[in-house]
Design a protein around this ligand. Structure first.
Ligand code: CA
Length: 232
């Protein structure tokens, strides 16, 4: 269940894609051109972007390039959609930073499978795969967390926060990156909200000592790591 932004100017294709992605359990938003896609992305980062090559105004390739050149949107995986089957175009699309490439017409089943593969690789927090680190296990399907074999009770935000940190372990995330990735909203939440939920998350994991996995990196943000933190 990923948040997917579909950028496609043909209403019939846009509707067909939306129907199939919703059926596969995803949350879908749509944009008919690159400019309105940019506005939506500015508000909230999707987990994945399905991007039509041929758009009125700014092309899909140009949009992909600008998203890749931006620090904030760089991490969002992109699948290009196109009527062209040309090898040269395919190479250009991938060079621009697209993660995959689908030629129209495509079967809904192929589309859903490709999305799943790209999410697994690039946005594992948007998949339903269970993750386990150092005796801490999170299962998105049953929505359960076990710490050292004991069930841990987490609120919905703490659950999403832990899911993101576990699927992106050993890396430092700034508060604003966490807001984008976990809250999905860059604009309306204050950064100290992140600290509040980190505190709750640590409290929920304290009994088994797994709170030590959630590390504060001074001046930078937070990191989940199985390696004990060296004092700074
Ligand atoms: Ca088009």
């Amino acid at each position: 269940m990923a948040k997917i932004l579909v950028v496609e100017d043909e209403p019939a294709i846009q509707a067909l894609i939306a129907t199939n992605l919703k059926r596969a359990g995803h949350e879908v938003t749509s944009a008919a051109d690159a400019e309105s896609a940019q506005r939506q992305i500015k508000q909230a980062l999707p987990d994945l972007i399905l991007l039509d090559w041929m758009l009125p105004g700014m092309s899909g390739i140009e949009l992909a390039r600008s998203l890749r050149n931006d620090e904030r949107s760089r991490i969002v995986p992109i699948i290009m959609l196109t009527a062209r089957g040309d090898e040269h175009d395919k190479i250009l699309g991938l060079e621009t930073g697209a993660d995959d490439y689908i030629t129209k017409p495509f079967s809904p089943r192929e589309l859903v499978a490709r999305i799943k593969a790209v999410l697994r690789r690039r946005a594992p927090q948007a998949t339903e795969d269970a993750v386990e680190i150092a005796g801490l296990r999170l299962d998105p399907v049953s929505h359960r967390v076990a710490a050292g074999g004991q069930a841990a009770e987490l609120g919905p935000t703490e659950f999403r926060l832990l899911h993101f940190l576990m699927t992106h372990a050993e890396r430092v995330h700034s508060r604003s990156q966490l807001l984008d990735q976990v809250w999905g909203d860059h604009v309306f939440v204050e950064e100290r909200t992140v600290d509040v939920h980190i505190r709750r998350l640590r409290a929920a994991l304290e009994a088994s000592g797994h709170d030590a996995l959630i590390q504060t990196v001074r001046g930078s943000g937070y990191r989940l790591s199985a390696t004990p933190k060296v004092a700074d």
